[in-house]
Structure formats: C-alpha cells, structure tokens
Design a protein around this ligand. Structure first.
Ligand code: SF4
Length: 202
C-alpha cells in the first residue's frame, strides 16, 4: 500500500487555451479528458508551447513519475524554515514532513525547475493531514516567514500553497501580508501550474 498522491484530482483542462476552437477535433475539455486516457496526441493543439506540452505530458504520466510513498503510521518531522535556491524563483509552502518534500523534489527535478521551499511547522504531518488537523494556518506560515527572515531573501512577496490548503488562503494572506496563490492538489501539476501562472519562464 502506498500513500494517495491525489492523481485522481489532476485536471489538465485548466492548462489548455480553452478557446474551444476544435482544431484538435474536440472541445478543450474533451481534449483534456482524452489526453489523460492517451487517446489523442498533444500536438493536435497548435497553441501549446513545447514547455507546456512537456509539463502536461508529465501530468498525463503522473503514475510513472511520482515516487511511491509508503503509508507511514506516525509523524516524521524535518527542519522548518526556508530552503532557498534562488531569490527570484517561486516559493512553495509545504509541510515539515519528509515524504511530502520528496514528492515535490522529484517533480521539480523531473521538470528541471528550481523552486524555493518554505517549510512550515505541521508537526511532522503531511499536507493532507495538516489541513485536516488545521495545522496549515496563517500563524504557522507567518512564523516560518519571520523565523527565516524571508522578506530579506527573496524578490517578491508571493507564496504558492498546496491546493489541499485552499481554505487557508485568506487567513494566510491576512496574517502574513503576502500574496498567496493556490497551487494544484496533485504535485505533478506544479510545473504546468507555475508555467501557466508565469512564475517560471516559458
Ligand atoms: S485545439 Fe487546443 S484550444 Fe482548440 S479546442 Fe483543441 S485543445 Fe482547445
């Protein structure tokens, strides 16, 4: 048995042009569904860049790319704070749980993307459990920002939180004063999400 990495939540229709021009033979929504079933060639949409195609293909192939994460019966804590790779790179907020970080690391490496991580104190729980237990809160994000003196280290006050933590978006913005974007639920969508939001170069 392995942990649920929420691949059933992958929705690549969000990343298609949504022009419904039917040049691919379908509406964008149907084309996205057929892509996930590997029934169509992504090159049939003429509006996607090479990078978009690459990252959408990653999402389509999520099961073979995402690492197999064991279901661990208790908490495991990692260091809390800021892991910086570049002051201009996006900042992903995540849990102080090693397997969550491993999944993100694997996806970013596969996409050859650099991101900073802001690791908050979720008491060693994964993101889904932290959300369930109300641990992904504004005050915990604020504490991580202050403890790592984040503002002095980066070029923009913008955070990306996991899709599962969406209900904390407003609270985090109010507590921290930072802009908060809600990222995808499944980590495999992080590259195409960042590209779509223009947080990384195309
Ligand atoms: S060609 Fe692209 S933009 Fe047009 S309907 Fe198909 S997926 Fe949508």
């Amino acid at each position: 048995m392995h942990a649920d990495l929420y691949t059933s939540y992958i929705d690549i229709s969000k990343y298609l042009p949504m022009e419904d021009c039917f040049k691919c033979g379908f509406s964008c929504k149907i084309f996205a569904e057929k892509l996930m079933k590997r029934e169509v060639d992504i090159n049939k949409c003429p509006y996607l860049s090479d990078k978009q195609k690459e990252y959408i293909k990653m999402a389509v192939n999520a099961e073979s790319i995402l690492p197999k994460i064991p279901i661990y019966p208790s908490t495991i804590t990692t260091k809390i704070g800021f892991v910086m790779v570049d002051k201009n790179s996006p900042i992903l907020v995540t849990a102080n749980y090693p397997y969550t970080q491993a999944v993100i690391g694997e996806v970013l490496a596969k996409a050859n993307i650099q991101c900073n991580l802001l690791i908050i104190d979720t008491e060693g729980y994964s993101v889904d459990m932290a959300v369930y237990l109300n641990l992904f809160t504004g005050d915990r994000v604020k504490a991580a920002i202050l403890e790592s003196d984040l503002q002095s280290q980066v070029s923009q006050k913008k955070l990306v939180i996991p899709g599962l933590a969406e209900k904390f978006k407003n609270e985090i913005e109010e507590e921290t004063g930072w802009e908060v974007l809600v990222g995808p639920i499944c980590a495999i969508e992080i590259p195409i999400f960042l590209l779509t939001e223009k947080l990384i170069n195309s």
